[in-house]
Design a binder for this molecule. Structure first.
Ligand code: ATP
Ligand code: MG
Length: 577
């Protein structure tokens, strides 16, 4: 797996003084040479409204909006809605919500469909200048004639239609006289071009389909390659930034703009974001949603922005991640742990701490005065003094984590075991005196004594107590569902499957673990939907904004405290450097 760029150093993870990325260098050079005649930097983020945005789109959003912000320019949000059959208003709305959530506001809000009339007029102009013609062959025939990198294409018999005939046919295409596929409009460029894309590419096709905005007004629709550059040009986009797979399309982008003699927008390509253990393609994410593999676009396992939001990701973490991974011209795959680290860094500073026990084991404190409750001071956030403190109740019956007890603990295990003394966070030192089991031999209760002189967790005589455990008071605890997540896919690169094997076979069947009855400290009963918490020793959690009810929050684990997955992997195979 290649490393992201620039690589931050261990002691300087956020590279605050990072050098200019290659696009910033281009922009600065353009400003220096006044290449755009005094026009401000104009960028755009151009999603096709055919799905929800994912973390890859966030990279493009941060880049486009970030450039405009940095250089005092403007950035538009433009829906690239030239394909009527896949687009829906639901997606248009979610995209706007997500862009705002990442932290940006667009200067102009446009739709490629706003420009259909202008695009059509320009197509007529190309026909008038003998730079475009109507081809009446089938798509199959056209594909056969296209040739290859080493073999020139073959001319269609319709290539030399007169301007009048082309205009007449194109107007009748627009008027709806022909069925889908009967004709297309093609640019007249060169069939011997080494760039296949330049071999008389299709500019318009007939599609009798309802469009989410223009309704049934149009039955011919422009192709992406014809529409995109002209839309940029109309909006006076100075730097049209797209992903590397469009590099070969740049010739056509320039050809259209040059031949139409319109504002010279220019296209620059950068590497798209790939992340380990997930897929970043709307088509694949749609497969997951349609196939009911997950609960929907906002399932917290999805790499969509709404999924990440529901999982507990913050816009700050997403922006910091996008900044750290940088912008380059070669493709690479970023480790998921980079995204998780960005969230930990952000939440560590501001998530209030709380105690919760996921897999409860009952502890009875045998020498605790019957019926007494001690309300202890607990620090809300050791990283933020202004967060203050709260009271947590301690009583004679508690829960600790099952994993914090071993009947026959090995040497390195410092937590509870028969005869062992541990510290309960903010509370007391307790010693395990007796282990109670059920008929099948399962440990169901620990009977412990506490040291009254250790209030606050201090060791009264300086004796060594290594482990500090989290806990909750049984009578005060609120029982609620907690959802724990693992990677969406089992292998680092889910696209890396043998020929003929469905990538969906790489889906991790254990990506969701539901803990039906976790025990939480009582202050969490009123936790607001979407609010974020650190459960001590367990990770960062947020209140699920969809399924929680007032007084009955359901928590999603956003991320563990450490990268336990990477550690487990390392142990298992030692494959991580
Ligand atoms: P997908 O392949 O997921 O459907 P797309 O490229 O078709 O994505 P668009 O709606 O066309 O999706 O994308 C809007 C903008 O976001 C484009 O400029 C595109 O280049 C950029 N983008 C999409 N995916 C990524 C990614 N993984 N990393 C960076 N930028 C991306
Ligand atoms: Mg696209």
């Amino acid at each position: 797996m290649s490393a992201p760029e620039p690589t931050p150093s261990a002691d300087n993870p956020s590279t605050p003084e990072r050098s200019l990325n290659f696009i910033e260098q281009i922009v600065e050079e353009d400003l220096r040479t006044n290449r755009n005649g005094g026009l401000p930097v104009q960028t755009r983020f151009p999603p096709e409204p055919n799905g929800y945005l994912h973390i890859g789109h966030a990279k493009s959003i941060c880049l486009n909006f970030g450039l405009a912000k940095k250089y005092g320019g403007k950035c538009n949000l433009r829906f690239d809605d030239t394909n009527p059959t896949t687009e829906e208003t639901e997606y248009v709305d979610s995209i706007q919500e997500d862009v705002r959530w990442v932290g940006f506001n667009w200067d102009g809000l446009y739709y490629a469909s706003d420009y259909f009339e202008q695009l059509y007029q320009w197509a007529e102009q190309l026909i008038q200048e003998n730079l475009a013609y109507v081809d009446s062959q089938s798509a199959d025939e056209m594909a056969k004639q296209r040739g290859s990198a080493t073999v020139a294409g073959i001319e269609t018999p319709f290539r030399n239609r007169s301007v009048e005939e082309n205009l007449d046919l194109f107007r009748r295409m627009k008027a709806g006289e022909f069925p889908d596929g009967a004709h297309v409009l093609r640019a007249k460029i060169d069939l011997a071009e080494t760039h296949l894309i330049m071999r008389d590419p299709v500019l318009y096709r007939i599609r009798h389909a309802h469009h989410h905005r223009t309704g049934d007004k149009w039955c011919i629709y422009p192709m992406y390659d014809y529409a995109h550059g002209q839309c940029d040009s109309i909006e006076k986009v100075t730097h049209s930034i797209c992903t590397l797979e469009f590099e070969t399309h740049r010739r056509l982008y320039d050809w259209c703009i040059e031949n139409l003699r319109i504002f010279p927008s220019r296209q620059y390509e950068f590497a798209r974001l790939n992340l380990t253990y997930t897929v970043l393609s709307k088509r694949r994410l749609l497969e997951l949603v349609k196939g009911n593999h997950l609960a929907g676009w906002d399932d917290p396992r999805m790499p969509t922005l709404c999924g990440l939001r529901r999982r507990g990701y913050t816009p700050e973490a997403i922006r910091a991640f996008c900044d750290r991974i940088g912008v380059a011209r070669f493709n690479s795959t970023i480790e998921m742990s980079w995204l998780e680290d960005a969230l930990r860094d952000d939440l560590n500073k501001r998530a209030p701490r709380a105690m919760a026990v996921l897999k409860p084991l009952k502890v009875v404190v045998t020498n605790w005065p019957a019926g007494e409750v001690d309300w202890l001071d607990a620090v809300n956030n050791p990283e933020d003094a202004s967060a203050g403190s709260r009271k947590v109740p301690f009583s004679g019956t508690l829960y600790v984590e099952q994993d914090d007890f071993m009947e026959n603990p090995p040497k390195q295990f410092f937590r509870l075991g028969p005869g062992r003394e541990v510290r309960l966070r903010y509370a007391y030192l307790i010693t395990c005196q007796e282990v109670v089991k059920d008929a099948s031999g399962n440990v169901v209760e620990l009977r412990c004594t506490y040291d009254p002189a250790s209030r606050g967790g201090n060791s009264p005589d300086g004796r060594k107590v290594k482990a500090t455990l989290h806990w909750v008071s049984a009578e005060h605890a609120i029982a609620t569902e907690v959802r724990l997540y693992d990677h969406l896919c089992r292998q680092p690169n889910p696209n890396d499957v043998p020929e003929g094997v469905d990538w969906k076979t790489t889906i991790n069947p254990n990506s969701l673990e539901v803990v039906p009855q976790a025990m939480l400290e009582p202050s969490l009963a009123q936790a607001a939907p979407g609010s974020q918490w650190q459960f001590e020793r367990l990770g960062y959690f947020c209140v699920d904004s969809v399924d929680s009810k007032p007084g009955q929050p359901i928590f999603n684990r956003s991320v563990t405290l450490r990268d336990s997955w990477a550690k487990a992997q390392q142990k298992a195979g030692g494959q991580r450097s």
